[in-house]
Design a protein around this ligand. Structure first.
Ligand SMILES: Cc1ncc(COP(=O)(O)O)c(C=O)c1O
Length: 444
């Protein structure tokens, strides 16, 4: 037993029992001796638990909040902001919520696998409404806790049913991929992805690493708008990656966190998973509605297994439900209803697409403006990577020391790997940001 200082041995009162209830016990039955009253100053059994480091992404927001400067700019977290740098609730979300309130939604538990209307809507959004896998019931879709929870459920499934299989992650990747896999007991390895020389895709390195992975490995691929680099393979490159997955019998696991948000088109951004299916591969795909529908805190997402036959899909579904039951029992209801309403109502769906294009368009505009400002400041450096990258982020190539300068001197908050969220930038701040970037590259 760890230190129980302050508790005398005669007592049976657990040391966590509040003083008040110990007092009550004394009053009513007089069985607890005075000395047994737990002292609030005693040492916790958790004194040996070490302080965890701040989360590399969410920790940036905490540091940002603590900064008192008027100049401060938070480009750390991937959350869309308006031109006024305020959080944005989509108009379609407000309309869908009103419709739900008018209908009088209840708060009953959902089934383990989630809301039926959301599950069919999300599968159709991923594959396209007329996809044969849907008609042939070869898809098992579970509503889960946004992108992260869906990935986690997928990782738990891998740990249980494909034990010993490593998941290959791009280097770099979204930082939480590693945590999710490690905490699920799944081994992960890297494949090369980013080439610092070209600030582009190291396609040859990627192919070599995927080729040398043992047959039947799992390859995590970002569906679109790769995080953190903003660099996606071209269609020709996707074709070669699919060839390799077929040759090696690898299982692609798509992380689809930005569908519609990268290009403004839901179909264009679903090109890769749909193409892999067309090539006859089975896939796993995690979806998130945090960015494209702005439902960050509602935790809306799904895990899909698109398989070769309906029997397998049915069995996989039954086992994934079993895992979900033990992890969180059933997913949250409100956000899923919103998403189902938006996707299921043609007028809301059209409005959503327009709003998504608006968000994607605003990001493209600030990207271009940042590029123009940087060229003005230093025309000798090649800044084209800024406009070549797509989606929410730009991978600037700033070193950790340069990032420190960005934060300490210029109050620009960003992740240590040099990633900035373009969605947190507005037109008014692009000149300021460009000056900070230029200064950091020149002087550090
Ligand atoms: C690549 C990637 N996957 C998954 C997620 C999961 O996000 P959420 O759990 O908020 O849906 C994110 C969020 O930033 C992401 O960038």
């Amino acid at each position: 037993m760890v230190a129980m200082k302050g508790l005398h041995t005669r007592t049976q009162v657990p040391f966590t029992q509040p003083l008040r209830s110990a007092g009550r016990a004394r009053q009513h039955c007089c069985v607890v001796p005075r000395a047994a009253v737990a002292s609030p100053t005693k040492e916790s059994r958790f004194t040996s638990v070490e302080q965890a480091p701040p989360d590399p992404i969410l920790g940036v927001s905490e540091a940002f909040k603590a900064d008192k400067s008027d100049l401060k700019l938070n480009l750390g977290v991937g959350a869309y902001r308006t031109e006024e740098l305020k959080p944005y609730v989509l108009d379609v979300v407000k309309k869908a919520e009103k419709a739900l309130l008018d209908k009088g939604e209840n708060k009953e538990y959902l089934p383990i696998e989630g809301l039926a209307s959301f599950r069919s809507a999300t599968a159709e959004l991923l594959l396209g409404p007329t996809h044969p896998a849907i008609k042939e019931k070869r898809i098992a879709t579970l509503q889960s806790l946004s992108g992260t929870g869906s990935l986690r459920l997928g990782a738990s499934f891998i740990a249980r049913f494909l034990p010993g299989t490593a998941v290959y992650l791009s280097n770099p990747t979204w930082g939480n991929h590693k945590n999710i896999l490690s905490d699920s007991g799944v081994e992960w390895k890297n494949y090369r992805y980013f080439d610092p020389e070209t600030v582009g895709l190291d396609f040859d390195g990627m192919m070599e690493d995927i080729k040398s992975a043992p047959d039947n490995s799992i390859i995590m691929l970002h569906g679109c708008a790769h995080n953190p680099t903003g660099i996606d393979p071209t269609e020709e490159q996707w074709a070669k990656i699919a060839d390799l997955c077929i040759e090696k019998n690898h299982l692609p696991f798509f992380d689809v966190a930005y569908q519609g948000f990268a290009s403004g088109s839901l179909d264009e951004d679903a090109y890769a998973p749909r193409y892999f299916l067309e090539r006859g591969l089975e896939i796993i795909a995690a979806q998130s509605y945090s960015k494209n529908l702005g439902l960050y805190g509602e935790r809306v997402g799904a895990l899909n297994f698109v398989l070769s036959d309906s029997n397998s899909a049915q069995r996989v579904m039954s086992q994934a439900k079993r895992l979900a039951r033990a992890l969180y029992s059933n997913p949250p209801v409100h956000g899923a209803r919103i998403a189902a309403e938006v996707v299921g109502q043609p007028d809301l769906f059209d409005e959503w697409r327009e709003e998504m294009q608006g968000m994607a368009g605003r990001i493209k505009t600030v990207r271009q403006k940042l590029y123009d400002e940087l060229v003005k400041l230093n025309g000798d450096k090649d800044w084209s990577f800024i406009t070549n990258q797509i989606g929410m982020f730009s991978f600037t190539g700033l070193s950790p020391a340069q990032v420190e300068n960005m934060t300490k001197k210029h109050h620009v908050y960003m992740t240590k790997d040099g990633r900035i969220s373009m969605a947190g930038l507005n037109n008014a701040k692009t000149e300021y940001l460009a000056k900070a970037i230029d200064d950091s590259f020149r002087n550090h």
